[in-house]
Ligand binder design. Sequence first.
Ligand code: AMP
Ligand code: MG
Length: 494
Amino acid sequence: MPTLETLSFDNAFARLPDAFFTRLPPQPLPDPYLVAASPAAAALIGLDAAELARPEFAQVFSGNRLLPGSEPLAAVYSGHQFGVWAGQLGDGRAHLLGEVAGTGTGWEIQLKGAGQTPYSRFADGRAVLRSSIREFLCSEAMAALGIPTTRALSVVGSHAPVRRETMETAAVVARLAPSFIRFGSFEHWAAKGKTTELRQLADYVIERFRPECRDAANPYGALLADVGRRTGELIARWQAVGFMHGVMNTDNMSILGLTLDYGPFGFMDAFDPHHICNHSDDRGRYSYKSQPQIGHWNLYALGSALAPLIGEPEDVQAAIETSYAPAFEGHFMDLMRAKLGLARALPGDEDFIGDTFGMLQQQHPDYTQFFRRLGTLPAKVDETTRTTTDAPLRDLAIDRDGLDAWLALWRARLAAEGRPDAERQAAMMGVNPKYVLRNWIAESAIRAAQGGNFSEVDKVLACLASPFDDQPHNERYAAPPPDWAAGLAVSCSS
Ligand code: AMP
Ligand code: MG
């Protein structure tokens, strides 16, 4: 098994022409210390769990010491932010160290918060402990939920002060992904009219990650359709689990269809389709309900960037229209059926799932608890004992008669399948998580860590690694927000 010093790097991205990035080392931080590390992420790059405990680990993953074979660089990209063209952005606080061999296509290691780069504009190149813990925990939680995402190997902290709304301290997240290329990486070259670089980047993505596109009649159209399909599936998964990204700008959209750049994200507590998890998003552009149509908008931004390679506008449109909506709708229906305990697709399911969201909107139950508890109910009830049997769900409702009416529809739909309760209930437990990274959970781990106690971060990480298992010692993490967390707001400040 490789150690830190013997990881084998093969830096394909660094072999692209110099126009795509600036080579520069991370800027050291004083006295770095390990806050948390993910053994599951370490395993992806074959790193022995014992390596995480070495003092050198914090030196390496703060950026203070370079691993042999790494070639640090910051990549350039542009993008649309909140629907407006923002021009050049780029890795303003991220250094790509290189790519190590591992399971799958290889893993790039990126340090987020390791100092200024030519793309920092007026910002400090740093990240604070608070936002780093959020990214770390959520990356690993999403992976355990089976949702495509960049991974997080570690958070390393330092006492170095960082100014946000208040003074905070610096931290660095080591992220892993096959690639961090974004929609905005393509928009960058298209906006400059540089078709050569645009093609080089598209060819790089196709060669390394999507070789099957090479054989299509229109390889770049096939690439766009691939991104459309993966993005559709990704956002279906977000909607089904109640995840809100918070800042779906095109520079935060992964060309591989991964959840990328965790900032003011949130998981739905009491269901509200209009919920806006990002306090800085005044108009709710990225609300829960808007995410699917924003995915579509973002694909058109990517499509217009790729247009010079694809050819006719109709081909761009066809690549998006045949991929995104069908993938989103198909996956969303399948995921919702599974959440509801339905094994087969039947006519009328769309209406029933629509009614389900209408009911959730009226009842505002805790979204995660609602489905988890639904999975405990029997398919048949005796009218005399119904209110007791259904109490776990009725207790979450505002209007119990309304909920009862929906439960009757649900039971009628279950009866159309006649699946045994035990089988259906077990299947529901396997798809409806008990534990998600609620804001209050992240916040309590952050407060403990800011006070020097990192054990809460480890406990949350371990709990969320098995989100579908009942964990009696972690019952508290299944709870909706406590009173102290009612007013918690997360913003773009990170
Ligand atoms: P985000 O909204 O975090 O996706 O960031 C948008 C852009 O701002 C990206 O180019 C980031 O690299 C850059 N950025 C955000 N925060 C900082 C920071 N503290 N220092 C330098 N660049 C930053
Ligand atoms: Mg970003």
